[in-house]
Design a protein around this ligand. Sequence first.
Ligand SMILES: NC(=O)c1ccc[n+]([C@@H]2O[C@H](COP(=O)([O-])OP(=O)(O)OC[C@H]3O[C@@H](n4cnc5c(N)ncnc54)[C@H](OP(=O)(O)O)[C@@H]3O)[C@@H](O)[C@H]2O)c1
Length: 356
Amino acid sequence: MARKLNVAIVGATGVVGSIMRRLIAKERGNWGEVRLIASARSAGKRLEVGDELLTVQAIGPDVFDGIDIAHFDLPDDVSAEWVPVAAAKGVVVIDKSAYFRMDPEVPLVCREANPGDAANRPKGIIANANCTTLALIPTLAALNAEFGLVSMSVASYQAASGSGKEGLEALYAQLQKVGGADGAGTAGNDLRLVLGEEFNAPFGAPLALNVVPKVGGWREDGWTSEELKVRNESRKILGLPDLKVASTCVRVPVAVGHSQVVHATFEREVTVAEAHRVLAAAEGVDLVDDPENMVFPMPIDSVGREGTQVGRIRQSIDFPNSLEFFVVADNLMKGAALNSIETADLVRRELEAAQQ
Ligand SMILES: NC(=O)c1ccc[n+]([C@@H]2O[C@H](COP(=O)([O-])OP(=O)(O)OC[C@H]3O[C@@H](n4cnc5c(N)ncnc54)[C@H](OP(=O)(O)O)[C@@H]3O)[C@@H](O)[C@H]2O)c1
């Protein structure tokens, strides 16, 4: 019988790390040791993985010894430093930061689109795409396979937890400050005055009772890093280097669940009935599309769900080769932890088979 592989969650104390602990607990029987790693600030903390209480270890060169697969849930700069250290020790790293995603020698894997790429990892590193991109991929992959995707225009409505622990805590703090204040956000009760400068962090402007059309850092020509990720990462995962993509990313006062409006254009005319048939059978997609009965995807119904939800599907009136639809996914599940778990499952099976 194959030896059970040892797995690490690096960044186990963060919002994604906490979902990772819950998901690993559900498949605990597949693994030998489960090791929790975070910064020196968290060393010694005891955290639950199912029924077990495990002690967090500080990141360091020796902490990866004996680990077979490591999920990295760290800020970009910290991943940049430590992923190569773990990979050099023979650990297969699945990294959720943006740092390695566009490296041609690092596959960017989503089970619904390119599962085979997980086995081709010359640097021992597999990247997990951005949460906004991952929410789209299961739907796009299924439609592309059938109708040939030519272009898409996307607008996002992204949750505060996409900015990690800090983002989620900031939204709750702002809501508490404005909550119950009659007229909050009206002319007589300017939110900037109520919240003050301190609440501009970390979104650049107040988020409570507001929307902020900036996610990520500024890049050339007025684009944000998030908008470029949606374009570049979708192209890489779908294997469509020439896919035309326009993206606008917006932060909204939602705790969990990234929503997106998509206008997708295909090689031929696509009816709603055809799209329903394909998406009803697609892996990783929940078709939620009965609008007259108020059944459509929404972030409040996405939390904790494995599937990405798609609905409000319409054939574009003026563009018969195009569909309009609304996609929602839990940014911490398919957008982060769940996708990483699914990729680790591919690698675990491969490594176990190699032992026999
Ligand atoms: N949130 C999302 O929706 C989402 C979706 C997709 C991908 N991601 C990516 O996933 C990663 C984690 O995001 P998150 O939202 O979980 O962030 P988070 O809540 O801020 O958690 C960050 C984690 O990194 C650890 N960390 C920070 N600095 C460290 C250091 N110098 N050394 C070792 N550990 C350090 C923290 O440990 P301490 O508690 O000890 O500081 C914590 O465990 C990021 O790369 C993010 O871009 C996030």
